[in-house]
Design a protein around this ligand. Structure first.
Ligand code: UD1
Length: 386
């Protein structure tokens, strides 16, 4: 990490961190980091940038409110578009901002298009990037997120990991071990710090549900929702479960659009709701009998909560949720899904345990490392220098 020494802040200068968030799954990851920077006002000057990739009240604003994330300093307002268009918009707009604000470091989280675009803009300006939730790999390069992860990790200076498999993946890709830091999971920081508040909500009753007598479903991956056939087959199986216990389905805008455009007005036989806020959704997960999802983050949240999760994908980039947690990868074949549901309902659920360092302090560890590595030492070498 020799290059960081020249960019370190002197002890009487604050470290300017330009933190980037764009899409819903970014918000719960950026929140504890912003809170931690706020606790160290003498050392850090955070600049929060919302790219505007997600912009609906229910996909964005409600998360800022629920999680107490400060108002973004800048909103790039990029909105929706093709991958090329969306990525290019973030890249162009954030470059101007980086030139103007001259941060010591750009902090990115997760694997969305905003993550890779901000990374590319920063490294071209020779600004080092810190990537939170680094090293996860599904092995499936058809997933847009997998490409975003590989590209971001390959040029980041600090790679903060959540589980052991991530470090193995990064080492295999030739990343030097000094850049890799196993710090735990910032998303679980957020879950643990909001659990008590969520537990007090009446979400379950409000939706007319009985604790442990309902399932929660989320679907938004292109591989599941962009094909009308696949979507119809999934709804058939899940509709049958819904005859037995309510299947609550907060529908992602992308999925709502696909249902409208591809299913000719067919209404799935499920308990559909609009996308829920963070606290309501956490409340719903906590008392679910089972969760069915194609999300990445929900696999981790259910593991942290000890709630059974069936992942409707062929792979996972978060294998620790299977080896230690409550997650099972069931694929997308309707018969396999139906069998997995049956098994889950007839056998005692797997206990699982919370993985190492998913303890609520990941953001503290990350900010400690950044402070150490970005504070210049009197001899001109920062502590992180090799
Ligand atoms: C994005 C991320 C995905 C993440 C997901 C969580 C990428 C490549 N994908 O997927 O990793 O799991 O967010 O939600 O970055 N839309 C709205 N309102 C919004 C946002 C989106 O209506 O506030 C609709 C638009 O029609 C848009 C579509 O949803 O075209 C998809 O949005 P987009 O940001 O492109 O990708 P997601 O599917 O949300």
């Amino acid at each position: 990490m020799t290059s960081n020494a020249s960019r370190a802040a002197s002890p009487d200068e604050r470290i300017r961190v330009l933190a980037v968030a764009g899409a819903r799954p970014n918000f719960m990851k950026i929140a504890p980091l912003m809170h931690e920077f706020a606790r160290r006002p003498d050392r850090f000057e955070p600049i929060l940038v919302h790219t505007g990739q997600h912009y609906d009240q229910k996909m964005s604003d409600s998360f800022f409110r629920d999680l107490g994330i400060p108002e973004p300093d800048v909103n790039l307002g990029v909105g929706s578009g093709s991958h090329g268009h969306q990525t290019a918009q973030v890249l162009m707009k954030i470059e101007d901002l980086l030139i103007e604000r001259k941060p010591h470091v750009v902090l990115v989280v997760g694997d969305v298009n905003s993550t890779v675009a901000a990374t590319l803009a920063a490294i071209k300006l020779d600004i080092p990037v810190a990537h939170v939730e680094s090293g996860l790999r599904s092995g499936d390069r058809k997933m847009p997120e997998e490409l975003n992860r590989i590209l971001t990790d390959s040029v980041s200076e600090w790679l903060f990991t959540t589980e052991a498999s991530a470090e193995e993946n990064l080492l295999r890709e030739g990343i030097p071990i000094e850049k890799i830091h196993f710090v735990g999971n910032v998303m679980i920081d957020t879950l643990l710090s909001h659990k008590e508040k969520a537990d007090k909500l009446d979400t379950v009753e409000r939706l007319g549900l009985t604790p442990k007598r309902y399932a929660v479903l989320t679907l938004h991956r292109p591989s599941n929702v962009d094909s009308a056939d696949q979507l119809r087959r999934l709804f058939e199986v899940l509709g049958r479960l819904n005859q037995d216990i309510p299947v609550v389905f907060p529908i992602h805008p992308r999925t709502a659009k696909a249902v409208e455009e591809n299913l000719g007005g067919m209404k799935p036989d499920l308990h559909m709701t609009d996308p829920l806020g963070y606290l309501d959704f956490l409340r719903l997960l906590t008392d679910a009998q089972m969760v069915l999802t194609d999300s990445g983050g929900i696999q981790e949240e259910t593991t942290a909560l000890g709630v059974p999760c069936l992942t409707l994908r062929e792979n996972t980039e978060r294998p620790i949720t299977v080896t230690e947690g409550t997650n099972e990868i069931v694929g997308t074949d309707p018969q396999a899904i139906e069998e997995a549901i049956e098994r889950l309902r007839s056998e005692p659920p797997r206990e699982g345990r919370r993985p190492e360092l998913w303890d609520g302090d990941a953001a503290v560890r990350i900010v400690d490392i950044l402070e150490r590595d970005l504070t210049a030492r009197p001899d001109g070498k920062n502590l992180g220098s090799a």
